[in-house]
Design a protein around this ligand. Structure first.
Ligand code: BES
Ligand code: MN
Ligand code: ZN
Length: 518
């Protein structure tokens, strides 16, 4: 998609579709009507406002109204897009609305859009949300569909003209200042769509080896360092828990380590941010086999690593003044004659021993060894993303990420990054109260405890492997997939986490710049 800026009379904007976003109750208030609406309505002799009244369009969230322009304005059609109440506005509202709008435009097989940017306080965030809403909403996963060839080849929106808001005087230079925001938003969206592709790809093709190849391709393109390790490397590193999980599968496991190191030697010496992603390419449950229903979606169990990979591709471009590392342990969790068994005791890289009480609690085992590994280079902050527990889905549903951690500042930095990025995070406790849940009779701990507080127990298990390092665990089991079409999401992988991680790195960069300048 190609984005450009324009100003002036919206009724003269040449495009297949002109989108005019509207707040609830501002349609009928003469003083509040956006200029784009006023000028188009005038050219159409009041037909827009009349149709809106007749169709009951008020500007509520999820409301929209399509009107043919019959050649009365330069655009072929006008879409009124509801944003809901102005007092409840967040850039995410706009992101969702733009996602819906682009889906409608693509269904109509249109090629070009003009979008009248609304006048809001959060000007830059809103612009970013518009671009992301369009790019994310245009996503489709259709690589395995052989029917509907016409549909696949069908026209898609190629050009988007962003009409600068009225009332705000804009010259060329100011439009130029918006360019970096558009560029960032485009890169974040492309990375998110790539993460969605990785997750949507069936486990039969998105194997640990294939995932490592994707990481390699991206690293090369983005200019990141990459180190891969195979089964032998796992043994060398004594990752007994990771080895336990992978040993039932015929697929070769992969260790993936990506790193971004700043050019500036002083910046390169700064303590790093370490990102860790769960990368179980298929989770059958192992010998503690899942039910048929519980297994259907388990190609999604590498969504944490997909988000980390997506974020790294943008971070490589952002070039923050501190190092960022990404660590992943990719494998399958399968039942077989060589699989690890309930009752086995595994020896972790850290040396702690773990009694296996459920082979379906595999994510924490792999992550435990990977967190140990990541922690050895003494990062300033570790963040892991994992589709870790069904319990977290029971607690927070399909749209909210659980954020676990004891370091208030670290957790806050993620909550704020998520808020800025338009992703939903909710803090969850890591509490000693649950400690007994993982007590083992024969080893240092067991891998799965009682059902109650299952998401907390999983976080408690991970905590054993992070030592004193500030650490936040994001359980994305719910939001990694959308159960339905919603805003800029389709049914399937969401790419959740990419935006939050990128925003985290941006905010750390700003903070560092402020403290070193002041
Ligand atoms: N990958 C699953 C968690 C999951 C469930 C992700 C649904 C996405 C959607 C994880 O490995 C798992 O199986 N967790 C178990 C843990 C239990 C055995 C302690 C769970 O949540 O049931
Ligand atoms: Mn599992
Ligand atoms: Zn799993």
């Amino acid at each position: 998609m190609n984005f450009s800026f324009a100003s002036g009379d919206a009724s003269r904007a040449r495009a297949d579709l002109l989108i005019v976003p509207l707040f609830d109750n501002e349609l009928t208030d003469k003083k509040k009507q956006p200029k784009a609406l006023v000028s188009c309505d005038k050219k159409l002799r009041g037909l827009i406002l009349k149709s809106a009244a007749q169709e009951g369009f008020k500007g509520k969230v999820e409301q929209s109204l399509l009107i043919h322009s019959h050649g009365k304005v330069a655009a072929g059609r006008i879409l009124l897009l509801g944003l809901g109440s102005r007092t409840r506005f967040t850039p995410e509202v706009l992101r969702l609305a733009c996602g819906r709008a682009i889906k409608a435009a693509n269904r109509l097989r249109l090629k070009s859009l003009a979008f009248a940017l609304p006048v809001v306080r959060e000007e830059e965030e809103a612009l970013k949300a518009v671009v992301e809403g369009f790019e994310l909403g245009a996503y489709r996963y259709d690589r395995w569909r052989t029917t509907n060839k016409e549909e696949k080849a069908a026209a898609r929106i190629e050009k988007v003209s962003l009409l600068l808001p009225d009332g705000v005087k804009k010259d060329k230079a100011q439009a130029k200042a918006h360019d970096p925001i558009v560029e960032l938003a485009r890169r974040v969206s492309i990375a998110t769509n790539w993460a969605r592709d990785l997750v949507n790809e069936p486990a039969g093709t998105m194997t640990p080896t294939a995932l490592a190849e994707e990481a390699k391709r991206m690293a090369k393109e983005a200019g990141l360092n990459l180190q891969l390790g195979d089964r032998k490397k796992l043994e060398e590193l004594k990752m007994g828990m990771f080895i336990g999980v992978t040993q039932g599968s015929k697929e070769e496991p992969r260790l993936i380590h990506l790193s971004y190191v700043p050019q500036d030697a002083e910046h390169a010496r700064r303590p790093a941010v370490a990102l860790v992603g769960k990368a179980i390419t298929f989770d059958s449950g192992g010998l503690s086999l899942k039910t048929a229903d519980g297994m259907v979606d388990m190609k999604t169990d590498m969504a944490g690593s997909a988000a980390v990979l997506g974020a790294m591709s943008v971070i490589a471009w952002l070039k923050p003044p501190f190092p960022v590392h990404a660590y992943m342990g990719a494998c399958e969790n399968m039942p077989s004659g060589t699989a690890y068994r309930p009752g086995d005791v595994l020896v972790s890289r850290l040396g702690k021993t773990v009694e296996i009480t459920n082979t379906d609690a595999e994510g924490r085992l792999v992550l435990g060894d990977i967190l140990t590994w990541a922690n050895e280079s003494k990062p300033a902050l570790m963040v892991d993303l994992a589709t870790l527990t069904g319990a977290c889905m029971v607690a927070l549903g399909n749209y909210i990420v659980g954020a676990f951690g004891e370091d208030d500042q670290a957790v806050w930095s993620l909550l704020e990054a998520a808020r800025g990025a338009g992703e939903e995070l909710w803090r969850m406790p890591v509490t000693e109260l649950q400690k007994d849940a993982l007590r083992s009779e024969i080893a240092d701990m067991k891998n799965s405890g009682e059902r109650w507080g299952g998401a907390i127990n999983a976080a408690m298990f991970l905590k054993e492997f992070v030592g004193e390092t500030p650490w936040v665990h994001l359980d994305i089991a719910g939001p990694s997939q959308s159960p339905k079409e919603r805003g800029y999401h389709g049914k399937g992988a969401t790419g959740v986490g990419v935006r939050t991680l990128v925003e985290l790195v941006r905010r750390r960069t700003h903070e560092l710049e402020q403290t070193t300048n002041g």
